[in-house]
Design a protein around this ligand. Sequence first.
Ligand code: ANZ
Ligand code: ZN
Length: 946
Amino acid sequence: MRKYDHRKIERKWQKKWAEEEIYRANDNSKKPKFYCLGMFPYPSGEGLHVGHPRSFTATDIISRFKRMNGYNVLHPMGWDAFGLPAENFALKNKISPQVSVKKNIKRFKSQIRALGLGYDWSREIDTTDPDYYAWTQWIFLKMYKQGLAYESHEPINWCPSCKTGLANEDLENGRCERCDSEIEQKPLRQWVLKITDYAEELLAGLEDLEWPESIKELQRNWIGKSEGVEINFQLTGEQVDEDLKVFTTRPDTLFGASYVVLAPEHPLMEQLKSRVKNSAAVKRYITRAAKKTELERLAEGRTKTGVELQGVEVINPANGEKLPVFVADYVMAHYGTGSIMAVPAHDERDHEFACKYNLPIKRVIANSERARSIVWGRDISKEDIDSIEGEILEEVEAQNQEYQEVVKKIEFPAGKAQEFEELLKKKMPRGFWNEYVGPNGIIFNFKGSNGKMIRYVLSEENESQIDRKCYQFFHEEEPGPDWQPKNVWKWLTEAENGFYKDFIIHTEGGKLENSGKFNGLDSEKAKEAIRKEVGGKKRVTYKLRDWVFSRQRYWGEPIPLVHCEDCGVVPVPEDELPVKLPKVKSYEPTGTGQSPLANISNWVNTKCPECGGAAERETNTMPQWAGSCWYYLAYAMHGSLFPRQSGRKPRWSQKQENYWLGSRDNKAGGVDMYVGGVEHATRHLIYARFWHRFLYDQGLVSSKEPFRQLKNQGMIYGEDNRKMSKRWGNIINPDEVVRDLGADTMRVYEMFMGPFENDTAWSTDNILGVRRFLERVWRMSQLVKSGVKPENKDAVLLNRTIKQVTENIESFSFNTAISALMILSNRFGERGEINRNEYLTFLQLLAPFAPHISEELWSHHRSSGIHLSRWPQYDPDKLVEDTVNIAVQVNGKLRAELKIDRGADRETVLHQAAEKPEVAKWIKGRSAVKKEIYIPDRLVNFVTAH
Ligand code: ANZ
Ligand code: ZN
């Protein structure tokens, strides 16, 4: 027998498949359709990495499987080739992106072909092809005409290194997701898409999708729906145009509001900032805040800053209390109403702010959790403390039985608010601030000798733990083994410097207190009751921001708009699309906030489509995510969108769209199976859903959702368990694997590595194991003999394998399908001879995974191809080994039936028959039986003694 020459076989079949176009999808077929799609790659200069074949092979397996099951399958491939990486690659290598992208695509394509992936190449797309982006521009114009694209001048995220504006989705922890530079805020003219109009639909639509729950959750959080209440806080003094409205999800805490905050960009600031006493400081603060990014401002750990608007107060509508007003940048202008009521006792950020600015902290939700920490400052003198200690102690002991425990334990006074207040006011004339007393501890705050805030939180709970923390804090190391907790009071008085804070704030619901007539009410009920009481309006708000859709870079779709002095912004007429990206020598980003296109005057200067006068083209380009918003539709309507040779006019064919993506059997429509990485959860997958819903509203697509089912592949790490990277020298080159071991080995290995969704590390040992498996398959043909009748148990194994592989493919459990095939092949080896049917069935089951070797071996027995053959069906009666029913009698009377393997031996049958409960109760164990009668495969009779 010839040896397994993967190179020859793989080349031979790839050529044949391409010639015969066996993967071509049919736009009008009577068969049921199946649209299977992998996220199209960005054709980078580096070529494929081993992660690509993992998801590509998965869609290939599904497509082959569906095709063999009688489906008309659409399995296309294309290139997502606009965007910064392509442009940066071109800049670095000093070739135009047009040229480098073409080159990269060519390389990718040959690598993909070498993997034997069954794509319908007649539908190949490239987002940078003018024929393609004509349609991207066409959809943009539709959005523009619907008022969904608007021009804005607000400060946006600016990457100083990439020299472009970015959307929120393009950032990672306040940094550029591409180059990791710190993002600045820069006011810039830009085009923005109103994705927020679709926030609710995008959220609700998730329910219909068969997607991993984790991805749905990421989208839910990104959309960030919040149901709350808008409450008016009247400003005292001179009237302003509008009341100050706050947005809160916790109207139940209204009595605990101790100040109100406006975002620096809040519209009311204009009127207020000049009338406040400290207007210079306020203005300065606003200017500084404008330089920070939203993420920076929101970051949890960041210290909160703000400035009080002196001379301005608001009235708490619940109790008439006057509250100070601050401007602070931890409040966002574009969320809710851009202003908040701050409840420091129950909100972390407000708490931090209140501590910093000496604002009252009033608890209004009973706290089941205990205050268990201690916070102090250094600037109180020992004398101060000593002198109050005795007095307070006396008072407390006299008046407050409830806190005796606390007092004793930590030798520090605790007690009820009022008594303390009186006492402390006497002792600390510089100003006592506030206190709150919980069931298990006390917190009080007062001003230290230098005017700084001092806060004590004392608790009976975990005293030694607090003490340990104190030790650690001051000594900057763990206490040694002999360490004994001192008491907290000691630490307090010995405090040399520093400020320590660790305080648990109760942010959950609970029973109301300090809230007038609402005391005792549960939070949930109180929310509604207090809302009604103060006339608050229910309001829903979302975290999702509109999509900043322009980039100041060269390599993107031109935005098809024209600026005319007389007519304003005018869309380019549809029949003039595409607005082609001009070929230029220099496409370096300018960094000025203008795209490089702005310098190409013969491109920029044009005529206004409306008045014919002089006009200028829009010079911003679209972000790299534009082309991928609708590419799955482009494959489906390929023939009509890009009629190419036929000479017909390109047209949007809803018939084709509906055929491939229309909803059926009341399920969501869209691509039947979509496979790609989780990193797209909140960008591509949200953007595309947005465009799709828009197209649906325009009557241009027939389903609301683009991707009905979604699967995510796990990452492949290097052998050293690190991310593959040049830096670690652990990159596996797929070309070498394909060359040395073959595409089939590569494919089977990547599917065998572990569960498809899991991250796994590459293993050379394991891939060699897979290669050996395929070599065994190669030699298996020698086992085929005519006239071999498999034993019953072998028929069962075959049928079970068919069933398992079928189900495993459907559920993406490719690794278990492959191990089932390995088990079957081992059994074939053990038997030493198999019949042709068994052999061919095995090859069919293997075909989706290892298409070349199975096609080659199949071709030795059959004339037409394996990949268009009918998927093997299992016989449900052959899933268990052959059994017989044995009648079990006791003294000749039928008591039970025993199902057992045919030909089972006498002892096994008698044993199992005797164990049957209906039998056991008559014979009381086999020792009571006098005689056992056994007729093989038919009958057992136990004869007992009487
Ligand atoms: C009072 C309050 C008390 C709040 C309490 C929370 C806890 P989610 O659920 O994320 O929507 N908030 C409102 N608008 C804001 C803005 N523009 N910038 C920053 N924070 C803002 O959060 C809603 C809560 O976030 C609101 O409820 C408000 O603080 C704050 F114990 O009001 B809350
Ligand atoms: Zn950048």
